[in-house]
Write a protein that binds this ligand. Structure first.
Ligand code: 26M
Length: 815
């Protein structure tokens, strides 16, 4: 039955060749001998798009007819990754395309590699959105993703003398064949201006927003194909175009040149993705981006729903808006404005509709990551929305006052903060205006209720729930690890791609030595593959028979890349000091991949330090080639797909209580890497599922870390107490990695000794000890492979299909 879901190709090789050459001729205007790789890539995409567009149109017709509930996912980011492989997979056309193109002497993989990935996200939050729309389509759910079509996605990272230098991501410089744009369907989005008293059509006093300027939101559609189903959903990203009225409002006529030039101000809105992912900058352009895409999205879906004859009161039965963090939360006052001002609903009716429609997912625990908008800035850009927020807040606080009589609580829960400056607390607005609030892993959801949003969870206990994150098995196993996929297909059939819980059928094979050997061959193959990729891409030479120890994620202090680095430096320092024989080091390749926010100084210095340590130890004769660091620049989805299948060891070493979930952790486990990790985020659930024998657990628990902080954490005490730690830090401080320059990494060293906000030094000993256990286990190949297979067998839970089912059960369809 599982076989029934394998996509069957809509074209055979002969038809494929005909359509492909036709596309070359009539959309590129070239003959085959004239065609460049770009021409061939575009012809390939347009060929694969045809059956997808047929399915897409059928999906729209079906969903309109069913007239059920549509899930609208609102996210400022979608970190999609390359599209071609996924489209070939969902159309079942991969083999056909390969065969067809080979008859034309074209290598399919070369064309696939030609694609520049749409990097329209920073990291975990944006990649989660991409996994979720994949799962929504695969599960045949009527859904639409809304976001922003940035001209420049996440910056391209380069290293200059080991320091990060950012280059613009010009992913659109040659256009993209994946996008279907409709400038004629643009809608005007207003900003700034003033609010007037007016009389509505019933003769009642009302308020009316008169924007000062407008920008056009142009819809750009992307197809989101499900796997093994006919559903193709839509991802609708909005692009900003100057409105004709734009310059009329700002400039007097006559100055034509400047009026034209001023259009770029409006078009700036969708120009670039903000690269900060942990400390919001409070920039006006960012708030413009948020309102721009949310206002366009809400109007789009509400208008289409009302056109179908749905009444206002019934909107919550037909629409649910899922807020991906607070970035789209301005949607709450926007829907209120739409209902009250434009559609003339009573405030109370509009408010009960609004609170039924929105749900909010929180992705953080760090207080500095919570978005707040200064009221003066907010009021200048969105004056009517600020009024609406004030009224929401006033009524909410009156209710809290009435129910609790606690004035302190009233202040703590207010949507408006007074100190250190008056500002709108977006997480409070989201919580008050949503029906459900969820965290992204069990521990995270608990900590949300206990700390960040504790007053709200005491006030509305039933509003809070958990949905543990997941990842799409299509991209992160089936596409990225074809050899493992073949092995799984032979062992348990193909049903796992749509139902990842079937991986549990592998369990008995963990004791089958023949299977373990095949599994080991797949891993070895993937290591050779990544070694070849890194040699070609970055000129990095690596052994392929070593422990592949991988830490890939955004660079942030709480994630503790510095702890991983201290481990490596400590091995080297002990070899230099003669307390460790190089021959006793199990050969290991430590791979880092990480981008730092351009303005985040400590993160950028950490990058420079990793590169400096790499330059030294990779050529240190004392180490006999047994320890290597690879830090390829510009880690992205394309590289992740090659790297993760090759990993033996997955580094998930954040300070407990700081990483909301993590999703890389899931991708690694599903590809048979063992995790070295703290009890943080979804690591807790991975550890629980795979079992303690198959997981390298270390470090303080969240309550441990909390007590240590309460007691007064003094990192230098750990430095003084632990000779290995001291040796490692002293080696860095001595200038060993900076040509004797002791000042080069001074700020990192002094941060370790005097601040160390995320307690890397406190967990150092435990981390070193567990890494010794890693080496011991790796020497016992059978034991290691058994654990690796059990990781695959026991982590089917982490499919984003399961996450989406949880959203349906606990939030979207919950009664
Ligand atoms: C906010 C304001 C202005 C500019 C940018 C931002 C911003 C952008 C991205 C803030 C945070 C952003 O991402 C945070 C993020 O990626 N969080 C991660 O979410 C993952 C999915 O739930 C979790 O697995 C990670 O633990 C969590 O860190």
């Amino acid at each position: 039955a599982a076989q029934d879901h394998e996509p069957s190709p809509a074209l055979d090789a002969t038809e494929f060749v005909r359509v492909f050459t036709n596309e070359l001729q009539y959309t590129r205007g070239v003959t085959l001998p004239q065609a460049s790789n770009q021409d061939k890539y575009i012809a390939l995409v347009r060929t694969v798009l045809r059956p997808l567009i047929d399915r897409w149109q059928a999906t729209q017709a079906r969903q309109a007819e069913q007239n059920g509930k549509t899930v609208a996912y609102l996210s400022a980011e979608y970190l999609l990754g390359p599209q071609t492989g996924n489209a070939l997979l969902s159309t079942g056309l991969e083999d056909t395309a390969r065969e067809a193109l080979s008859t034309l002497d074209i290598d399919l993989d070369e064309l696939i590699a030609h694609e520049i990935e749409p990097g329209l996200g920073n990291g975990g939050l944006g990649r989660l959105a991409a996994c979720f729309i994949d799962s929504l389509a695969t599960k045949d759910i009527s859904a639409i993703g809304y976001g922003i079509r940035y001209n420049y996605g996440i910056f391209r990272q380069t290293f200059v003398n080991g320091h990060q230098v950012e280059q613009p991501d010009t992913w659109m410089s040659h256009g993209t064949p994946w996008e279907i744009t409709h400038p004629e369907l643009a809608q005007p989005i207003g900003f700034a201006g003033r609010v007037e008293d007016t009389i509505n059509s019933a003769g009642q006093p009302a308020r009316k927003w008169v924007p000062g300027w407008y920008v056009q939101a142009v819809p750009c559609n992307y197809l989101v194909p499900g796997y093994g189903t006919d559903t193709v959903n839509t991802l609708r990203l909005w692009s900003a175009r100057a409105a004709d009225e734009f310059n009329l409002h700002i400039f007097n006529s006559g100055d034509f040149e400047n009026a034209v030039r001023a259009r770029t101000y409006a078009e700036n809105i969708s120009n670039v993705l903000y690269p900060e992912d942990s400390t919001p900058q409070g920039k006006e352009l960012r708030l413009q981006q948020q309102y721009f895409f949310v206002a366009a999205s809400i109007r789009d879906l509400v208008a289409r729903t009302l056109e179908r004859g749905v009444s206002y009161a019934d909107l919550p039965q037909h629409i649910t808006f899922q807020l991906n963090d607070t970035h789209p939360v301005v949607g709450i006052p926007e829907l209120m404005r739409l209902l009250v001002d434009d559609h003339e609903l009573e405030w109370d009716d509009a408010w009960s509709i609004t609170r039924e429609i929105f749900n909010y997912t929180c992705h953080t625990l760090l207080p500095e990551a919570l978005e707040v908008w200064p009221v003066d800035l907010f009021g200048r850009l969105l004056p009517r929305h600020l009024e609406i927020i004030y009224r929401i807040n006033e009524e909410f606080l009156n209710e809290v006052r009435l129910n609790t009589g606690n004035e302190l609580l009233v202040r703590q829960m207010s949507i408006i903060q007074e100190q250190p400056f008056r500002a709108v607390r977006m997480a409070h607005l989201a919580t008050v205006g949503s029906r459900r609030v969820n965290g992204v892993a069990a521990l995270h959801s608990q900590l949300l209720k206990d700390n960040v949003l504790k007053d709200f969870s005491a006030y509305w206990p039933d509003k809070f729930t958990n949905v543990t994150n997941g990842v799409t098995p299509r991209r992160f196993v089936r596409l990225s690890n074809p050899e493992l996929s073949d092995l799984l297909n032979d062992a348990i059939g193909t049903g796992w791609v749509r139902d990842l819980s079937q991986l549990s059928q592998l369990e008995p094979l963990a004791d089958d030595s023949g299977f373990l050997e095949q599994f080991a061959l797949v891993k070895a193959h993937n290591k050779s593959r990544i070694a070849a990729v890194l040699a070609a891409r970055d000129g990095i030479e690596l052994p392929s028979d070593a422990i592949y120890d991988v830490m890939v994620k955004r660079l942030h202090e709480y994630k503790r890349q510095s702890l991983k680095l201290l481990h490596v430096v400590s091995l080297y320092a002990r070899v230099l000091a003669g307390t460790l024989n190089a021959e006793d080091i199990e050969p290991r390749v430590v791979v880092f991949g990480a981008k730092a926010a351009p303005g985040y100084r400590m993160a950028k210095e950490t990058i420079a330090l990793i590169n400096a340590v790499a330059a030294r130890i990779n050529n240190a004769p004392e180490l006999q080639g047994r320890l290597k660091i690879a830090f390829p620049a510009n880690y992205n989805v394309t590289l992740a797909e090659k790297l993760i299948p090759a990993a033996d060891l997955s580094e998930q070493i954040s300070l407990a209580g700081k990483e909301a979930s993590g999703t890389g952790n899931m991708k690694f486990a599903l590809n048979g890497a063992l995790t070295v990790g703290t009890l943080d985020g979804a690591n807790v659930e991975i550890h629980e599922l795979v079992g303690d024998e198959n997981f390298f657990l270390f470090g303080m628990t969240e309550p441990d870390a909390e007590s240590l902080a309460q007691a007064g954490y003094v990192p230098s005490k750990f430095y003084e107490k632990d000779a290995d730690l001291k040796l490692a830090i002293d080696l860095i401080a001595s200038g060993a990695f900076s040509n004797g320059d002791r000042s080069a990494f001074e700020s990192i060293v002094s941060d370790w000794l005097w601040h160390d906000r995320f307690m890397a030094l406190a967990d150092f000993r435990s981390y070193l000890d567990i890494q010794t256990k890693v080496e011991e286990k790796y020497r016992d190949k059978a034991a290691w492979n058994r654990s690796a297979v059990l990781n695959v067998a026991r982590t089917g839970f982490f499919s984003s299909d399961r996450s989406i089912q949880d959203y349906l059960d606990r939030i979207w369809m919950e009664k």
